[in-house]
Design a protein around this ligand. Structure first.
Ligand SMILES: Cc1cc2nc3c(=O)[nH]c(=O)nc-3n(C[C@H](O)[C@H](O)[C@H](O)COP(=O)(O)OP(=O)(O)OC[C@H]3O[C@@H](n4cnc5c(N)ncnc54)[C@H](O)[C@@H]3O)c2cc1C
Length: 379
């Protein structure tokens, strides 16, 4: 077992940190306050090759592996979880095409996504469900040499900025299917973004599909393979959310250390109080554990192993860590922490999102228990 990062990985991490501190962090508060999707940051991350880190160069990627993706994502999320989420969500359709796409689909979709020329997302959730694929009602009807999709998807992240979306729809007699949908298609209608408490500026919106035509070549995998595709891409998405949680927690710890050193009570810095030190130590211990869970999940994915179990364990633990650590950070900051002027308040709101999106914690527990008991996984 080798826990050391290679020189190349350290370099990737250092460059990402510099970018995050210089270019992302100064924008974080404004993106959160305005709720505006940061188009320029999304473009810049694409230019830097941050959307194609896990994939080989023949598919437009940089071959930095899943561990490279995790290392960069962690740095970006420490500066702004919204910016990191943009990077993470873009890899979801990439992963689907990488695993299930034919060579033509990889050329048409994976290459431009990985090179940052197109922005991709995922549309699974509907008004009645975000957890149960069986409850999906969006329909794809055969029409000529393609399909016509009708329905409504809720909580589609980055919807106003997306070029294509990995969309899950039911086909009569052919179960759940995954399509790559061009968002400029007639009938693809993006509604106003939700006003969410955290992950603000992600452009998370309702999308109406009013008879959207999708050519046959945009059907991913075999007909009816949608559920398998969903399971596989969710593994990667969960690993990324684990990283988001750890990064937000790390930022909260760093802010707390800084604040505790300069804030005085009873004539001395609060950092000298055992109760504050207890908080700081708890924060650090949980972050360390969560970080290694996330890194190990990436390592296993790089070995070509299934990460269904590990990604759920990592997401469950890291999201709980994010919520607990940011709660402790608020406690360290006292009243000032509750003001919008302090970044810890944004971290507290962002942290909660990691327990909800890409599968609520209850679903992660159900997946983990299913593995322990040898039962079938669910989303
Ligand atoms: C900012 C943001 C961005 C998002 N981005 C996307 C996106 O890009 N694409 C997309 O498709 N979706 C996206 N989502 C949707 C998100 O992934 C789902 O909302 C989430 O998975 C939860 O689904 P739900 O809200 O329908 O919860 P529900 O399924 O209604 O669950 C509500 C509660 O019921 C309980 N529950 C439900 N099912 C079970 C079960 N099987 N076992 C035990 N308890 C259960 C849990 O307590 C759960 O918290 C996003 C959401 C947010 C907030």
């Amino acid at each position: 077992m080798d826990f050391a990062l290679s020189d190349q990985e350290k370099m990737l991490q250092a460059v990402a940190k510099e970018f995050a501190v210089k270019s992302v962090q100064p924008r974080a508060a404004e993106v959160d306050r305005s709720g505006e999707f940061p188009v320029d940051l999304a473009r810049e991350m694409g230019r830097r090759g941050y959307y194609g880190l896990p994939y080989p160069s023949r598919y437009g990627g940089s071959g930095a592996a899943y561990l490279g993706h995790v290392l960069v994502l962690e740095q970006v999320c420490q500066a702004s979880m919204t910016a990191g989420a943009i990077m993470a969500i873009n890899t979801v359709p990439e992963e689907a095409v990488f695993i299930f796409g034919n060579e033509e689909q990889k050329e048409a979709f994976l290459v431009p996504l990985a090179q940052g020329r197109l922005l991709g997302g995922i549309a699974f959730t509907e008004a009645e469900t975000g957890s149960d694929p069986k409850a999906i009602t969006t329909l794809a009807r055969k029409s000529g040499s393609g399909y016509v999709i009708t329905g409504e998807k809720h909580f589609v992240a980055m919807a106003p900025a997306l070029n294509l979306v990995l969309l899950f729809a039911r086909r009569e007699g052919a179960g759940l299917n995954a399509f790559i949908v061009d968002t400029s298609s007639p009938g693809f209608i993006v509604r106003a973004p939700y006003d969410t408490m955290g992950l603000r500026g992600l452009g998370t919106s309702v999308v109406e599909l009013d008879g959207v035509y999708v050519p046959q070549e945009n059907l991913l995998g075999k007909g009816g393979q949608g559920f398998d595709i969903l399971l596989r891409v969710m593994n990667l998405a969960r690993m990324s959310v684990a990283v988001e949680g750890i990064a937000v927690a790390q930022s909260a710890l760093e802010l707390s250390l800084e604040y505790a050193r300069q804030r005085k009570a009873l004539g001395k810095p609060i950092a000298e109080m055992p109760s504050i030190q207890w908080h700081l130590a708890e924060m650090a211990a949980r972050i360390e554990a969560g970080r290694w869970l996330a890194y190990r999940t990436a390592f296993l994915r790089d070995q070509g192993q299934d990460i269904g179990y590990e990604s759920s364990v990592a997401k469950l633990f890291a999201s709980q860590t994010a919520v607990e650590v940011t709660r402790m950070a608020m406690q360290v900051h006292g009243s000032y922490g509750t003001t919008r002027a302090m970044p810890v308040e944004r971290l507290y709101r962002d942290a909660k999102m990691t327990e909800i999106y890409v599968g609520v914690s209850e679903i992660q527990r159900s997946i983990i228990a299913g593995h322990l008991l040898g039962k079938r996984r669910s989303k």
